[in-house]
Design a binder for this molecule. Structure first.
Ligand code: FES
Length: 205
């Protein structure tokens, strides 16, 4: 026999029971997943935390920045315009380490005026060298409340350290060093790999 003649309150109860069963099913699936995830930890998770990060940056426009996560730290990837790059040599007299002589702060292949492999693409660990806040990207070449002569760069809101558009710290700031450049290379024109030097890359551009 079908539901013909079944009273409306019984139909309602049947629907309620069906819904309850579905919820139990979903919870059950959640519990089943736990042993799998446990068996995956901790060595696989540790390996993943130190693994290189690959990112397609073809959609990144001039003046834009994206934030990636590598080894638990934020990493900024910014695209600089020709006008932005042109500010860099002018900044030198204002900076603590304009020639990136502190070799702890970048690999040898980023010890240049741009602190990067490709002049337009800047890759920085986004951790202020003072006490570790995340500096803000302020790319506009125009006066700012914290600097009327601002030429673009990074501003740390915690204690007001300023860095230029290559992550080089201004003199007289609480931050004692330039923002670090992580190891990285380009797998092809638009694919960036963070965590592996060009010398150790397979098929790098
Ligand atoms: S943490 Fe950036 S200035 Fe202090």
């Amino acid at each position: 026999m079908g539901n013909e003649g079944e009273r409306p309150e019984n139909l309602g109860r049947r629907r309620f029971l069906t819904a309850t069963t579905s919820v139990v099913g979903a919870v059950g699936a959640g519990y089943l997943a736990v042993p799998f995830i446990k068996s995956w930890n901790p060595s696989a998770r540790a390996k993943l935390a130190g693994a290189p990060v690959t990112q397609d940056i073809s959609a990144l426009a001039e003046g834009q920045q994206l934030t990636l996560k590598w080894r638990g730290q934020p990493v900024y990837v910014a695209k600089r315009s020709q006008a932005m790059l042109a500010t860099l040599p002018q900044m030198d007299p204002l900076l603590l380490d304009p020639k990136s002589d502190n070799t702890d702060q970048q690999p040898a292949y980023a010890k240049n005026e741009w602190r990067s492999i490709k002049p337009e693409i800047l890759v920085l660990v986004a951790v202020c060298t003072h006490l570790g806040c995340a500096p803000e990207f302020v790319p506009e070449l125009k006066p700012q409340p914290f600097d009327p002569e601002w030429k673009g760069g990074y501003f740390c809101p915690c204690h007001k350290s300023r860095y230029d558009l290559a992550g080089r710290v201004y003199s007289g700031m609480p931050a004692p060093a330039n923002l670090p450049v992580p190891p990285y290379h380009f797998e092809n024109d638009s694919t960036l790999v963070i965590g592996v030097d060009p010398a150790n890359a397979t098929g790098a551009a």
